[in-house]
Design a protein around this ligand. Sequence first.
Ligand code: C2G
Length: 365
Amino acid sequence: MKNYSIILASGTGSRYGSTLPKQFIRIEGKTILEHTIEVFEQTKEIDEIIVVITPEYRYLAEDILKKSNFKKITKLLNGGETRKDSSFIGISSIHDEEANVIIHDCARPFVTQKIITDCIEALNKYDAIDVAIPSSDTIMEVENNIIVNIPDRKNLKRAQTPQCFKLSLIKKAHELSKGDSNFTDDCGLILKYNLSRVAIVEGSIDNIKITYPNDIFMAEKLLQDKKSEEKNRIKTMKRVITYGTFDVLHYGHINLLKRAKELGDYLIVVLSSDEFNMLKNKKSYYTYEQRKMILEACRYVDLVIPENNWEQKIDDVKTYKADIFVMGDDWKGKFDFLKDYCEVVYLPRTPDVSSTQTKEYLKNN
Ligand code: C2G
């Protein structure tokens, strides 16, 4: 039985906010479209690749794919209005009696060959598969802004892709749901018409969907990690993470960042957003974007991401694979709960300097 992968690259990237759809954004010299196709190209169990593209950017896709040395792409199809339409267009182009269909979001370039082969393996036992990871957030069911239920987190998963099916099954689901376009994914169709069980294959926390501009930083870093993992360099890489407002950056901050970086190879600064600062009763002089720009110019800093709440630290440590959490010792003991996830280090605070002091001085002179 042949294995067809359908790469859905027909999004307009509206949430990404850029003029060019995100599938054409370049990271490390290649478009996201190429990065994603490459994984399927390199997965020997995949026989053919069908790319469904945003019609107005077909010319760009043709140019890119012409220059690539992908051998398995057999069709480049114009996508439809919705993800469902594009999925149907891809599925309808396969005319085998029976086949395995692996449908994947182009915006997830960090899917792995293992995930793909695990899906193909699972299709020996089930007719429908979804890739998912545990939900680290507590999910609430809300009606009219009132919580009506908090499902047990251990029974919840966060869906990723690929979504995989026996061809006949997913064709039937699309036939039955013609005109019903309020579905975000193909597994939803199978369940709505109760056509089959949908089994889960374990995804990966790195199998992120590039949705917002910030995701590009993570993507670039994941890609660098991916490349260096191939060279076996990243495995020894130690990641350090620290948090703060870093307003009116001063030498006390720099001293903290310098020592934090010296503890590892890669420093992630989780920078308090303007909204979170309000929660901390801190009014920063510079906006988040300005503080971020300043920090990114600092030689010790590798990545700056937003701090939006007090609760995100465990997730951040997991998502960014931090080995060491660092804070000035004015926070000593406050974040010891992270010791279950990484090393926690409190560094001596630099005396006699603070953003408040600097602002006071500037105000009075
Ligand atoms: N720091 C320091 N020496 C100073 C001033 C600050 O070592 N003279 C350290 C702080 O201990 C902190 C970091 O620099 O680790 C950033 O300090 P702030 O910008 O004041 O951050 P803060 O308001 O403490 O926010 O979730 C944690 C909070 O976001 C921390």
